[in-house]
Every structure is written in structure tokens, then in C-alpha cells.
Ligand binder design. Structure first.
Ligand code: ADP
Length: 668
């Protein structure tokens, strides 16, 4: 666990790209490993497990073939007894007739006798006491007793057919058939897997025997006929098992299925081959298998190393007539094929895993690169925005899969910019309002103070004028004083208007009609010659609450300013729309000379004018501003110097109730 912890903490110390790569590699490696393990487990369970079941059944077939041979011996000796009429021949000691039995003995050189399927190695006729009357394979020797042989003894005593596999001393075998000398001498070959054995050579042979009793007419035993087959180096049974059960199937030039007969722990008949491609006769069983099968008399099922390779095997014990364990019968299937399948699976899995790792490496490398690149780009963008560059934009890259992040970032910077601008405008407006408030208060105070003295001057000047004789030159001067005083009074009145902005009755009205009537007043005047007037007045506009004549003042002022700015021609466009938040918007745009950037912040200030002295008072816009404010609306301007100016008025829509706008206080 500690190791895993350390590994994880080491992993987190790596940079992002390496972390991705290592993570991906570990994941594919682990998946590949698990897939391989599961693959092997499945093969072991399904394939090898199946083979094991099969071998377990094959041993039964092998046993059947083994016992068939015993039956065949029995039927042959029965046939022999009939053929030479043994109960008569024995009674009459007709040895010459017994000689016909020779034909049942097979010959080592493979030449068959006249019977065709002769396969016995020994065939003897004994009398009722077990003494040999005739030996078909060794006719010269007779008169000795075979009663020592349990099969013969049982047959004579029980008067019934006896069959069994017996271990027989070599001398006795050779007495039965001297030609067997070549087959009985099985030399014991030690392999690293065999257990210790003091013997170098087997002293006995394994013989499959059958004894058939001969009875006379009165069912008295008069003798017996005994047949046998020496199993040592006789490959008929094992090869038949191989051919019948495994159909001689081969894998890479080797037999897939093999069978063996053991005498004790030594192979005496087998089709398991040594490395020199000879039958592995004389090699030994492994100690574990020996102890279990020949020691305890139990079957052995499982993997076993046989001579030079692994087999999936079953061993079953062979007993003699006295139920003594004398050997074993074995069948096995070469494991190599299934091992190869297993290794193929492992290699294929490893190949796929390696391929997966290479692909994972490439993907994680590329992915890491992209992620790092995008993170760097985002970082740069964030820094740039922090430094005040709100116009910074990321170009969304669909390929990288980061486009969502890019878009979100761009959206963020855009709304940051919008907010910033809104804040800036609000700040500007506040500053302007404050300035205009102060100016308004001051102007109102000054105008008020000057208004009364001016009244006095006018009154007394008129009185003086009346007293001046008609032909006096002072009269003209006095008239000039009165004229200039009147002019001052008008200016002061305007100032007072700006400051107090008296309003009449506030009533619901259609702004479009106010605009139309204002336009009617100026349209035909000389200053509008050469100016195209265009109106885009929206239908179904909500009403606004207001003082019609004061609003007309505002529009007249703006129209005249526009005409002033478009001396020599242009286009005046008046647009009305319904704005957001229940407002009505009026846009008055001209194509005149526009407002210089340096003048822009001052246009709503009283007495600010760029016109020639005597041409403008600088009070038009401040008064308009005052009136619109009085209507709870706002007025603003936009301008591109040289291209024209647009004044934007926004008024709240009338929603069926009067707002308390009858106060006389200017900047409330
Ligand atoms: P006045 O018209 O007497 O100068 P205003 O308060 O009406 O006073 O206008 C102030 C100043 O604003 C003008 O002198 C002019 O410079 C600028 N101005 C107003 N309207 C326009 C416009 N439509 N185009 C260009 N400049 C304008």
C-alpha cells in the first residue's frame, strides 16, 4: 500500500503532460494485463479443463480395449480346444494332434500362421493336475507342472475359465516360448524424473493370460488349455488405443494422444517416444504418480511430465488375479497444443496491449500538448484582460475541444467590457449631473440677483427717456441703454428658465404628434432649405406624460441646432421607437459637422457654445436637458466629428397614472 501511495504522490509531482502519459500508460498496461490473465484463466478452464474431462473418459475406452484383448485370448483358446477336440486328445494323449495348435502362435518376424489372426505368445495344454502335456511354442519341454501359476491353479480348482494379467518370471516365460527372449529383457532407463530403483533390468514379464478347463462327457475335469500374450514390447494394445481413441491425431509431427502399459513403474509397452524417436520402453513413472496409482491403487488425473513433455493424463491401476497391484494403464494428451494456444493468446494480448500503449502514448502526448497550449493561451488572455485590454479575443478552435472554454472566455471579456462601459457612462452622467446641478443653482442665484436691478434700470431709464427732449442727442444713448438692458433681461430670463424650468399641465400625449407639430413650425423656414427631413415614427407607441409646449421647445431647439450644423444641406432623421423598460425613445440624427471630442463633455453646460458671438447663447441644450429631466427622462448625444450628431431622448411611457411632476424644484 505504501508503495502505491508513494507512486501516486510521485505521479502528482510530474507536470501535466507527463502525468497524462503515465496515467494513460498505466491504464492500458493494467487493462492488457487483466485481459491476459482472464484470457489464460478462460483457456485453462475451458480448453484444458475440457481436455482433462476427455482424458478421464478416454481411460475407460482404454480399459475396454485392454479387456477386449483378454476376451480375444479366451475365445482363441476356446476355439483351439474345439478345433483339436481337446477332451478326446487329452484322454488319448494324442500329442501329434495337439501339434495343430502351433498355428495359433504368432511369430516375432511378423509372419502369420495359417490361422490369419494368430496373436498368442504362449499356448499350453495341461492335465488335471496341471502338468504340461503340450507346449505349442516349445513342444520339446513338457511334463513340468504349471500349477504354481495362479490362473492355471484357479482354473483347475474351480473348473471355470480364468483370465488375468500376471507377472511371470522370465525363465518361465522363456520356457513357454523361447522366441520371446528379445521382448522380455526390458532395461530400466533412469530419467531425472524417475525414482530410485536398484534393478537394472526387469526380472519378470507381464503376461495376459486365460485358462480354459477341458471337461469330459461326465463333466469331470481332464485338463486345461492355457493361452497368453506377453505385454512387454507388444504394442498392439497401446497402438489400438491410440488409433481408436485419438485417431492417430498429430500435433507438430508428434502424437496428440498416447497410451502406455506399466509393469510396476516401468514402461513396457508404449507409444510415447523418446527424443531419439524410439518408443520410451524402460523409462519410469514419476514418484508421485507411482505412489498414488501403484502404491495406493487410485487413479491419477492431471498434468504429468511424461518422458520429455507435459501431458494431460489419467493413470489407472492394473491388478493380477489375486488383486495385487502389478502395473498401470495410462492415456495422455499432449499439452503442447493447448500450451501453444495459451502462449499465442498471451502474445496476441501483449501485442494488443503494446499497440494500445503506443496509441495511448501518442494520444496522451498530443492531448497533453493541446491542453498545455490552450492553458497557456488562456493565461495570456487573462493577463491581457487584467492589464486592461478588454478587446482581447480567443479564436474558438473546434479541433482542440476547447471551443466551449474559448467561447465562455470571450463572452466573459465581452460582458466585462460592456459593464465597464456602462460604469464609465454612469460615472460620466453622474459627474455631468453634479456639475450641471451646481451650475444651475449658481445661474439661478445670479439671475435672480440681477433680474431685479435690471428691472430697476429699465424702469428708471424709461422715466429718464420720457424726460429727455425729442431733439436731444442723449435720447439715442438712452434708447441704446434700454435696448441693451432689455437684452440682458432676456438672457437672465433664459437663465431662470433653465434653472427653474417651469412646466404647465402634465398630460398623457402622443410623442409622434408633438414631433410633427414641432417640425411644422420650422420646416418651411429659410434655415431648413436644402435639408431633407425624414421621419420614422413608430406606430402604436405608448403615450407619455408631459407638458406639450415645453417638449416642443426641446424638439425645436434640437432641430435648429441640427440645421445650424448642416449649413449647406444634409439630412435630418427623426425616429421614434419603444425602448426597453416601458420607455419611448426619440432619436434626432443629422449629417452635420458633428461635435468635436473636446467639446463633447460640455455641450449640456449653460453658456457653452461654439457659435459666433451673437449667434448662440449656449442655453439651448441645458434647457432641453432641464425639461427632459423634469419629465423623468434622459437625454444624451452621440457624435462622430465630421459625420453628424445624434441626440437620443428617452421618456417613460404613461402607464395610466400621473407621476408627481408638478414640483418646481429643478434637480430633485
Ligand atoms: P447654442 O446653440 O446657442 O450654441 P446649445 O446649448 O444649443 O447652444 O448648443 C451648445 C453647443 O453644442 C453648440 O454651440 C454646438 O457646438 C453644439 N451642438 C449642439 N447641437 C449640435 C448639433 N446638432 N451638431 C453639432 N453640434 C451641436
Amino acid at each position: 500500500m505504501k508503495f502505491v501511495d508513494r507512486l501516486v504522490s510521485q505521479l502528482f509531482k510530474l507536470d501535466l503532460r507527463r502525468r497524462l502519459i503515465v496515467g494513460f500508460l498505466i491504464a492500458t498496461c493494467l487493462t492488457g494485463f487483466i485481459a491476459t490473465v482472464i484470457g489464460i484463466w478462460t483457456i485453462n478452464k475451458s480448453t484444458i479443463g475440457e481436455v482433462q474431462n476427455r482424458v478421464r473418459q478416454d481411460i475407460n475406452s482404454a480399459k475396454l480395449i485392454y479387456s477386449e484383448t483378454l476376451e480375444k485370448i479366451t475365445s482363441q483358446i476356446q476355439f483351439a480346444a474345439e478345433a483339436v477336440d481337446l477332451h478326446k486328445t487329452i484322454a488319448s494323449h494324442d500329442i501329434a494332434k495337439m501339434e495343430n495348435l502351433k498355428g495359433l502362435i504368432r511369430h516375432e518376424d511378423g509372419t502369420q500362421s495359417q490361422e490369419g489372426d494368430a496373436f498368442l505368445d504362449m499356448l499350453s495344454v495341461v492335465d488335471a493336475r496341471g502338468r504340461v502335456l503340450y507346449r505349442a511354442a516349445n513342444p520339446g519341454v513338457r511334463g513340468d507342472s504349471m500349477f504354481w501359476e495362479p490362473v492355471v491353479k484357479n482354473c483347475v480348482e474351480k473348473k471355470s475359465i480364468q483370465t488375468s494379467t500376471e507377472l511371470m518370471p522370465i525363465d518361465d516365460i522363456l520356457r513357454e516360448n523361447p522366441d520371446l527372449a528379445g521382448r522380455v529383457n526390458v532395461e530400466i532407463i533412469k530419467t531425472p524424473f524417475s525414482f530410485e530403483s536398484s534393478e537394472k533390468q526387469l526380472s519378470r514379464g507381464m503376461v495376459m493370460m486365460a485358462a480354459y478347463p477341458i471337461l469330459d462327457e461326465s463333466k469331470r475335469l481332464i485338463g486345461a488349455v492355457i493361452g497368453g500374450v506377453l505385454l512387454n514390447k507388444d504394442y498392439a494394445i497401446v497402438d489400438k488405443i491410440k488409433d481408436t481413441v485419438y485417431q492417430g491425431e498429430k500435433y507438430k509431427g508428434r502424437e496428440m494422444g498416447v497410451a502406455t502399459i506399466f509393469q510396476g513403474g516401468v514402461r513396457i509397452s508404449t507409444n510415447v517416444m523418446t527424443n531419439d524417436n524410439e518408443r520410451a520402453v524402460g523409462t519410469m513413472l514419476s514418484k508421485v504418480v507411482y505412489d498414488r496409482v501403484i502404491g495406493e491403487g487410485k487413479d491419477w488425473v492431471g498434468r504429468a511430465f511424461v518422458v520429455n513433455d507435459w501431458y494431460i493424463t489419467t493413470y489407472t491401476p492394473i491388478y493380477d488375479i489375486d488383486k495385487k497391484l502389478i502395473g498401470a494403464l495410462y492415456v495422455g494428451i499432449l499439452e503442447a497444443k493447448y500450451r501453444d494456444i495459451k502462449w499465442n493468446t498471451i502474445w496476441i494480448n501483449m501485442g494488443i496491449t503494446s499497440l494500445g500503449m503506443i496509441i495511448a502514448f501518442i494520444i496522451s502526448f498530443r492531448l497533453g500538448d493541446t491542453i498545455i497550449k490552450r492553458i497557456r493561451m488562456l493565461k495570456e488572455a487573462a493577463e491581457s484582460i487584467a492589464a486592461g485590454n478588454l478587446d482581447y479575443k480567443l479564436s474558438p478552435d473546434k479541433m482542440s475541444g476547447f471551443d466551449m472554454l474559448d467561447e465562455a472566455f470571450n463572452y466573459m471579456s465581452k460582458s466585462l467590457k460592456n459593464n465597464n462601459e456602462m460604469l464609465y457612462r454612469a460615472h460620466q452622467q453622474l459627474a455631468r449631473t453634479e456639475k450641471l446641478t451646481a451650475l444651475g443653482e449658481m445661474a439661478a442665484g445670479v439671475a435672480h440677483e440681477i433680474n431685479n436691478p435690471l428691472g430697476g434700470i429699465l424702469l428708471y431709464s424709461n422715466l429718464v427717456l420720457e424726460d429727455i427732449p425729442l431733439d436731444s442727442p442723449a435720447r439715442e444713448n438712452m434708447q441704446k441703454i434700454i435696448y441693451q438692458t432689455n437684452r440682458s433681461k432676456r438672457i437672465v430670463q433664459s437663465l431662470l428658465d433653465f434653472a427653474r424650468t417651469p412646466t404647465g399641465e402634465m398630460l398623457p400625449l402622443h410623442i409622434n404628434s408633438v414631433i410633427e407639430s414641432s417640425l411644422g413650425l420650422v420646416r418651411d423656414q429659410a434655415m431648413f432649405h436644402g435639408i431633407e427631413v425624414k421621419t420614422n415614427l413608430a406606430d402604436n407607441l405608448p403615450e407619455v406624460t408631459g407638458d406639450k409646449s415645453r417638449l416642443e421647445d426641446v424638439f425645436l431647439n434640437l432641430f435648429i441646432n441640427a440645421a445650424d450644423a448642416m449649413k449647406g444641406g444634409g439630412k435630418l432623421t427623426i425616429t421614434t421607437t419603444q425602448g426597453a423598460d416601458d420607455t419611448v425613445k426619440i432619436l434626432i440624427a443629422d449629417t452635420g459637422h458633428g461635435i468635436e471630442e473636446k467639446d463633447f463633455p460640455h455641450i449640456f453646460e449653460p453658456f457653452f457654445t461654439t457659435k459666433e458671438p451673437g449667434q448662440g447663447t449656449g442655453l439651448g441644450l441645458p434647457i432641453a436637458y432641464g425639461i427632459i429631466r423634469k419629465h423623468d427622462g434622459s437625454i444624451d448625444a452621440e457624435s462622430k466629428p465630421g459625420k453628424g450628431a445624434t441626440f437620443i431622448i428617452s421618456l417613460p411611457a404613461y402607464l395610466g397614472r400621473y407621476s408627481g411632476m408638478d414640483s418646481d424644484v429643478f434637480y430633485s
